[in-house]
Design a protein around this ligand. Sequence first.
Ligand code: DAK
Length: 261
Amino acid sequence: MSDETTYQNILTRLDGRVGIVQLNRPKVLNALNKETMGEVTEALELFDRNPDAGCLVITGNERAFAAGADITQMAEATPVSMLDNPFIDYWDRLRRIGKPIVAAVSGYALGGGCELAMACDMIVASETARFGQPEINIGVIPGAGGTQRMTRAVGKALAMEIVINGRFLTAEEALRHGLVNRVVPVELYLEEAVRLAAEIAARAPVAVRLGKEAVNAAFETTLQSGLAHERRLFYMLFATEDQKEGMDAFINKRPPVWKGK
Ligand code: DAK
């Protein structure tokens, strides 16, 4: 099972029904080399397939969620070497995780670190969190969604400053602009993220999955086809035992017992 697997660059554990993945390269501020991204992807996929996990959390440490892709590994890259690099594929696989992922962010979330947090479904930030896309300082631009997800979250004006002038956002700014869900004192950020994830993990599993899919579809499509997609997912939930259970429990004034079926 995923919580028993040993990794070199991350730690994983199952806390109740919450699968937790912690980046663990503190000496380099959790810089995301390809080995780390491979382990993160594998751990999340294992939790995604594990029925004991209902919601996932990714975190780093107090000083850094992650300071970006590992620049030492990227420095000698060529366009062709990147085409073949599994590092790229890992980011695509992350997008296919079906269960919700909460990022618990403290300290630096920069470059690929910010992109990893934004690829999650929710972000709980500590007061010390700093979000930025400083790739411009090393002669490139974001390559894992930073120009797209940041712009969708905070709007064009601010995204331009972040992407082409390397501006960092404080946790409070990130909250004000809708990039993060909540900001809490540094000693509470992980606890709060796990608490939020545990709440979600206690809900009807199939509905949670489809709810994530439907919200994400809003960023991919027109309103009309998004509404049609939502409608199909809604109908589909009436084929689940959990729909019958949830409505029966409401009518009979008792708590529901979810089966994930
Ligand atoms: N890579 C490698 N090492 C890093 C690193 C990084 N991104 N960030 C920090 N480190 C290392 C430092 O080199 C230092 O190592 P030693 O010198 O001790 O050996 C150690 O971590 C501590 O860092 P500092 O001494 O620099 O600590 P400070 O507190 O002074 O500064 C800092 C913290 C976060 C401001 C600074 O370290 C910094 O500017 N770091 C680089 C931030 C950055 O530029 N990040 C963006 C990298 S580019 C893609 C997927 C992903 C990406 C692109 C494409 N595809 C799927 C296509 C992502 C690209 C990026 O993220």
